[in-house]
Structures are given as structure tokens and as C-alpha cells.
Design a protein around this ligand. Structure first.
Ligand code: NAD
Ligand code: DAU
Length: 371
């Protein structure tokens, strides 16, 4: 069951808190999602003088129980809003005197974008332009603000067996998801060049870790291994992804937000390439050991299925600019991170049940109103 929480704790109209002086009021969009929740937690715990507003529509992918530990913090506020709602977003910028934005809210799953691209156009493109407009109107020409747009390496398209994506690599998006993200990146850059909006963009590779919705490869496979269900591998499983621990992504955003150059893009990646089939076999092995099953038994669940339409072969990031200029590099070895991830899912089977059954969604719709 979800822990009961008081609505007061999330509401903005706590007068004492509302009147405090804050060094920054950062609007983090998509903070109830996978990466957003790790970022919100990092910022609330690390920066005592910031007020963090988590603005999230709570789609199927957003879950406030991801941030239950922050309830009661006077520096953390939650607003259930849609970034496409121009009137509401404009008044939030004014009411809260928003000084900075870190924008993560998005439709994020490639397979869903193939099934239905329009939601991706609405949230990822229209929603982003709406936020940009509101930031521009609120901040005027002032430069002491940051609009940090969190984007993906998928905007660069697909690599062959050689080479890495650099910040200067031409955009070549190939799925409706990556086309919508590339389009949003272009709008973010356009607001910098045309209106002087102080923007930064980060383009990151595949993240993994706790609280990821079990439609993405790693949590889906973990869940299916636990339940001894088939493990669907698209095509031959030879596609390659570069995996990064989600908390390392959050720390990279922290560095870029605070120290990156206005107008610049930064690639974030793990230098950690795995074919899907290698990764899933490795996961099977460690989970057989953890679950006390005969080693090799989970591998037998692997089922090759029809390939994803337009499946990008390989993503791999050159993150040397981020290391050279800001001193960031991944902190965790993949094997260690994967084991921590498996442990988290094994210890939080209730979370999977809640997010897949929609139990949490019904609960928060009741608290905040369905949108
Ligand atoms: P996610 O799907 O887990 O979370 C997205 C969040 O956005 C959810 O909480 C959802 O409720 C919210 N949201 C969706 N539509 C909204 C709307 N119209 N208004 C307000 N909130 C809305 O996504 P994620 O994996 O955490 O990704 C976060 C961001 O990082 C996305 O912009 C994504 O493109 C980018 N990114 C993700 C990865 C990855 O591997 N997951 C890698 C690189 C970049
Ligand atoms: O590269 C960054 C991107 O990584 C992010 O921008 C996206 O938001 C995020 O979803 C992720 O996109 P991918 O398509 O790479 O992630 P996904 O987990 O969906 O798939 C990873 C790989 O595994 C991909 O090659 C497809 C394959 N796959 C996926 C699923 C869900 C399978 O073979 N079987 C599956 O069931």
C-alpha cells in the first residue's frame, strides 16, 4: 500500500515558507519520473538555499512515491501540472518567481512513440516551447538564469560499429521519440540565438538504476526474470547501448547546470557499451545466483521477437568535453550499478506492482485531481 501523505505538505501556499528568501527557485519538470526523481532528491538534499518545485503531470511514468522521503521538506514543492498548459505555466513562473528551469518532462519511451507519435509532439515539442516562452517572458533579457534542457543521445541517430557521438555530430533522429527530442533541442537553441535566453543542453545515453518504469529494457528484464516470463529480445539482440548509472546522470546535470557555458551542449555517457543480448545474459546470470536458481535457467527464457521498427543499431557517447571542462566522469562501474539495481527491484516488488497496476495513479489523481 502507498503511505498516506498529507496534501498540505505539497501545497505551495504555506505562507511562512512562501515568504522566505531563496537563492534560487528551480522549476524541475518531470521530477516524478525516473531521472527527475533522482535529480530532485539530489538538489533538495544538497542545496539548502534553493527552493525546488517539482512540476509533473503524473502520467503513467510519473510516481510521487518515488519522492516520499522528501515529503515535509520545506524546500520542496510539488505541482501537478501539464507543461503544455500555457496559462498555468505562465502564472507559476510569476507566482513562484522562478529563477531557473531544469526541464526533464517528456514522453520517453521509443516503442510508445512508434505506436502513437502525437503525444510526443505535444509534450516534447509543444510543452518545451511553452516553457521556453514563459521563461523568456519572465526573465526578459536578464542573464543570471539558466534554462537547462535535458535531452538524449538519440538525436544524433545511429552509429555503425565505429565512432562516438560528439557534441558537433549532426543531428539525424530516426524514431518519432528522437525526432521530437531533436525538435525540442532546436527550439531551445533557437531561443538562445534569437532571444538570448540563457540555455544549456545535455544529451545523455541510456540510464539505468532504481525507480525506472518496467517498460525499459533493464527493469522489464528484471521483472520478467523474477516472474519467469519470456525475455523479449528485439531482432538478434545485436544493438548496442551505452549505459550510465542514473545518479551519475543527475550529478552531471548538477555540474552542467552550475558550471557549464551558456549556449553549450554537453554529451553525458558511460563509456560502457553492451549489446542487448550480452547485457540480458549477464543479468540472467547474476539473478540466477541472487534468486538461488540453477545458473542458466533464466537464460532459457530469452525469446527473440520481431525487431523494433527503425531500430537504431548503436549509440555511444564521447563525454570528454564534460570531463575536460567540468571534471565530471561516471563514478560507478556498470557491474556494481547493475547489481545495486537488481537488489533495489528485488527489495521493492511492491513498487513494480503499484506502477504497473495503476494503483499509485488512482491514488494521486484522487489527491490532486485527474488531468
Ligand atoms: P520518465 O518517462 O521516467 O519520466 C517522465 C516524467 O515526465 C514523468 O514523471 C511524467 O509524468 C512527466 N511528464 C510527461 N508528460 C508531461 C507533461 N505534459 N507535463 C508535465 N510532466 C509530464 O522519463 P526519464 O527516463 O526519467 O527521462 C527524463 C528526461 O531525460 C526525458 O526528457 C528524456 O528524454 C531524457 N533522457 C532519458 C534517458 C533515459 O535513459 N531514460 C536518457 C537520456 C535522456
Ligand atoms: O539513449 C537514450 C535513450 O535511451 C533515452 O532517450 C530514452 O528515453 C530511453 O528510453 C532509452 O531508449 P532505448 O530505446 O535505447 O531504451 P529501451 O530500454 O527501450 O531499449 C534498449 C534496447 O533494448 C534497445 O536496443 C531496444 C532493446 N529492447 C528493448 C525492450 C523494451 C529489447 O530488445 N527488448 C525489449 O523488450
Amino acid at each position: 500500500m502507498l503511505k498516506e501523505s498529507s496534501r498540505e505538505k505539497f501545497t505551495p501556499w504555506n505562507i511562512g515558507v512562501f515568504n522566505m528568501e531563496w537563492e534560487k527557485t528551480i522549476l524541475i519538470t518531470g521530477g516524478a519520473g525516473f531521472i527527475g526523481s533522482h535529480l530532485v532528491r539530489l538538489f533538495v538534499n544538497k542545496y539548502q538555499d534553493y527552493r525546488i518545485i517539482n512540476l509533473d503531470k503524473l502520467t503513467y511514468a510519473g510516481n510521487l512515491s518515488n519522492l516520499i522521503d522528501l515529503e515535509g521538506s520545506e524546500r520542496y514543492f510539488f505541482l501537478k501540472e501539464d507543461i503544455c498548459d500555457a496559462e498555468r505555466i505562465r502564472s507559476i513562473f510569476g507566482d513562484y518567481d522562478v529563477t531557473d528551469v531544469i526541464h526533464l518532462a517528456a514522453e520517453s519511451h521509443v516503442d510508445r512513440s512508434i505506436e502513437g507519435p502525437m503525444e510526443f509532439v505535444m509534450t516534447n515539442v509543444v510543452g518545451t516551447v511553452n516553457l521556453l516562452q514563459c521563461a523568456k517572458d519572465k526573465w526578459g533579457g536578464e542573464k543570471d538564469h539558466v534554462f537547462h534542457h535535458v535531452s538524449t543521445d538519440e538525436v544524433y541517430g545511429s552509429l555503425g560499429t565505429e565512432g562516438l557521438f560528439e557534441e558537433t555530430t549532426s543531428y539525424d533522429p530516426r524514431s518519432p521519440y528522437s525526432a521530437s527530442k531533436a525538435s525540442s533541442d532546436y527550439f531551445v537553441r533557437a531561443f538562445y540565438h534569437t532571444y538570448g535566453l540563457p540555455i544549456k543542453i545535455s544529451n545523455c545515453s541510456n540510464n539505468y538504476g532504481s525507480h525506472q518504469f518496467p517498460e525499459k529494457l533493464i527493469p522489464l528484464m528484471i521483472n520478467n526474470i523474477v516472474n519467469q516470463k519470456p525475455l523479449p529480445i528485439y531482432g538478434k539482440g545485436e544493438n548496442i547501448r551505452d549505459w550510465l548509472w542514473v545518479e551519475d546522470h543527475a550529478s552531471a546535470i548538477d555540474e552542467i547546470f552550475h558550471k557549464g557555458c551558456i549556449g553549450d551542449s554537453y554529451n553525458v555517457g558511460g563509456l560502457n557499451e553492451w549489446t542487448n543480448i550480452e547485457l540480458v545474459k549477464y543479468l540472467c546470470k547474476i539473478m540466477d545466483i541472487k534468486l538461488g536458481r540453477e545458473v542458466g535457467s533464466s537464460e532459457r527464457l530469452i525469446t527473440y521477437v520481431q525487431d523494433r521498427a527503425g531500430h537504431d543499431l548503436r549509440y555511444a557517447i564521447d563525454a570528454s568535453k564534460l570531463e575536460r571542462e567540468l571534471g565530471w566522469k561516471p563514478s560507478l562501474k556498470f557491474e556494481e550499478g547493475l547489481e545495486k539495481t537488481v537488489d533495489w527491484y528485488l527489495q521493492n516488488s511492491e513498487w513494480i506492482d503499484q506502477v504497473t497496476s495503476g494503483e499509485y495513479k488512482a491514488y494521486y489523481d484522487k489527491m490532486y485531481g485527474a488531468k
